[in-house]
Structures are given as C-alpha cells and as structure tokens.
Design a protein around this ligand. Structure first.
Ligand code: PLP
Length: 360
C-alpha cells in the first residue's frame, strides 16, 4: 500500500487510522451484516453513532449547553444563503467583513435575500491583509456580523476573534475548525463544511446559540429552518449518514491525539516550519501579511512561474500531491489540516530546498 502526502485544500486528507477503521467495518458494521450506509438513520445503532459524534464534538470544542449542534447538508455555500434567511428579519440589515473569496461569496448570497452592509473590504491590499479594526463600519442594528475565519484560497487567517460588541458573530470556520481551541461563547454561529478538517463532503456542522434559532421569520419552509432541524436532532429528513459516521471517527481520533490544545501545538509547528522555509529563501514567497498567515493553507509562489509545472510534477513524483494553488490565484498552496502529519510537512520543506538548489 502506498499513501501519498495529500496537501489538497478540500476534499482533503483524512487520518489513515480513520480510513482503516472504516475499511475494516465497511461490509459488516457493528455485527449488523450491513455497512453503516445501509442502515436506517432512525435505527438505534445509527442514533448511537450520531449522538456519540455530537457528544465528542461538544467535548472537543467545549460547546456550552445553550448551543445546538446541527449536522446538515448543502455545503457551506448553502448556508451562505440560509444564515441570513434564518437570523435576520426580512427588513433587517446584515454585516459582512470581506477578507477574500469566501467571505465575498457569502456576502453575495446574503445580498440576494437581505440588505448587506460591508463592514470593511480588504481589496486595497488585494486581500493579503485584514482592514484595521478601527476602520470597520459596524451597523449596531445589524442582525449579525459575518466573517470568514480562514480564507482557504489565499491562506489568510484571523487568529483573534474580533470584538463586535453585542451583535452576534457568525463565523465560517470551514477550513480552520478543530485546528485549535476556540471560545464558542464569543460566537452566535460557527459553521463549517466537513471536507476540509472534519470528514467527507456532504456534511456541514453548524453550532448555533439556541436563542438565535427563534429568529426565523414565519413562512420559512421547515427544511430551510435551523430551528426545525434542531427540534428534529438533525433528522428532519435523511442526513448524510456515512459522512456523519466518518466525522465521528475523526472526532474520536482527535480525542486520542490529545484534543484541540494538542492539535494547535502540532499545527503551529507545521505552519511555522513551512513559513520559516519560505522566508529563508529568495526563491519562494508568501504574500500574506505576517499577522494573518494561515496555519491551515500555506500559499507560496516560485520566483519563476515558468517552473511551476516542473515543481508540481516533481513534487507529485516524490509523493507530495495537490500542491497547485487555487485557479483564481495561481502559485502553490499546501493545505496542512489536522490529518497531514508533521513528517509530511518536513518532507515538503526538504523537497522545496532540493528543488531550489537544482532549479532556483
Ligand atoms: C470550501 C469552503 C467553502 C465552500 O464549501 P462548500 O462545501 O463547497 O460549499 C466555504 N467557505 C470556506 C472558508 C471554504 O474553505
């Protein structure tokens, strides 16, 4: 068996132990003579999987009891539209901070259903920096303030939770959830597509303060309404059972690793190793403002873009895959989520030094 080091931005690497466990129990899960994909989501065996996954996530993130944890579908993108529909009255404005591609997409979807106030826009720095907090134009009457904690495409992360006063903070954590501890209390809503740092695609996790569930306007169809999903324990209709099961295996794996404090230490070391190598070289460059460099998605360019194709083909031959940057920004991107081991990042750093020596 040969496994590569997978630097994909998403769907992304999963822990080998999780894949092996899923493989071992694939055709006869729990002594049922069936796979987990073939059983009813309402049966007691699957309910146990669902409840254990939620309990483990609550423990890992220390989610307070006055927050609901929902296991939903539609990708993070669907929730770009559902969040304003659920949290804002039809005439109420919503605040959006623009720090890159994903927060811009979120604001565009919100603008289709509500009045959007742009708090600040990082376009002046080409989204390589976050606009200074002192210049933000928050609307005190806004239903919420939305931001993207980690812009997966550019590799820009907001390491500190912004203070937005009493207006609920809504955070797209798709590419940074579970990479470190967060104080859930500082947020009204945390949501994340699973395929970056949780599990397979098809699942979205949404952590919402319970009082906010009451805001949905009358007339919103139940299937679009978070309060209806919460009342049905995320089983209003058939949930993505296999993705939920794998996410549960990942949560158990994270607990075995020592939890999020431990992951934060490992993730910081991985990111530091890579940025240090980039900064020490005049051949590689990362354009993101120092204070906002992502721990999860490390972007870099080569001094000569004509070498990009060789860098990609040679790294792939060395077992280091999916390093091509997003099509909108070019260059390279190493996504180093929880499942990418420290040794994998060390192998990349070694390859980069070797490539520079030969071709730089
Ligand atoms: C990938 C990503 C999304 C979109 O996720 P989908 O599940 O494809 O809808 C949204 N926000 C961020 C930060 C992402 O990384």
């Amino acid at each position: 068996m040969s496994r590569v080091i997978n630097f994909s931005a998403g769907p992304a690497a999963l822990p080998l132990e999780v894949l092996q466990q899923a493989q071992a129990e694939l055709t006869d899960w729990n002594g049922s003579g069936m796979s987990v994909m073939e059983v009813s989501h309402r049966g007691k065996e699957f309910i146990k999987v669902a409840e254990t996954a939620e309990a483990d996530l609550r423990e890992l993130m220390q989610i307070p009891d006055d927050y609901s944890v929902l296991f939903l579908q539609g990708g993070a993108t669907t929730h770009f539209a559902l969040l304003p529909m659920n949290l804002a009255a039809p005439t109420q404005a919503v605040d959006y901070l623009l720090t890159g591609a994903w927060s811009k997409k979120a604001s565009k979807e919100a603008a289709a259903v509500r009045k959007v106030n742009i708090v600040a826009d990082g376009s002046a720095s080409s989204y390589m920096d976050v606009p200074a907090r002192s210049g933000w134009k928050l609307d005190p009457a806004a239903a919420y303030v939305h931001y993207c904690v980690n812009e997966t495409i550019s590799g820009l992360e907001m390491h500190d939770v912004p203070d937005v006063g009493s207006v609920p903070l809504v955070a797209d954590m798709s590419s940074t959830i579970l990479s470190r501890p967060v104080d859930v209390r500082k947020f009204g809503v945390i949501y994340a597509g699973a395929q970056k740092n949780i599990g397979p695609s098809g699942l979205v996790i949404l952590i919402v303060r319970k009082d906010l569930l009451e805001r949905a306007p009358a007339g919103l169809p139940a299937i679009l309404k978070y309060s209806a999903h919460a009342a049905a324990d995320s089983m209003l209709n058939t949930p993505p059972t296999f993705s939920w099961y794998i996410a549960g295996l990942v949560f158990a794996w994270l607990k075995r690793q020592g939890g999020l404090q431990k992951m934060a230490e490992v993730n910081k070391r991985k990111a530091d190793m890579l940025y240090k190598a980039i900064d020490a070289s005049s051949f590689y460059n990362n354009p993101v403002a120092g204070a906002h460099r992502s721990w999860m998605n490390v972007t870099f360019t080569l001094a000569d873009p004509a070498l990009d194709a060789d860098f990609l083909s040679e790294s792939k031959k060395a077992g280091l895959t999916n390093l091509k940057g997003h099509r909108d920004v070019g260059g390279m991107r190493a996504s180093i989520y929880n499942a990418v081991p420290e040794a994998g990042v060390a192998a990349l750093v070694q390859f980069m030094a070797d490539f520079e020596k030969r071709r730089g």
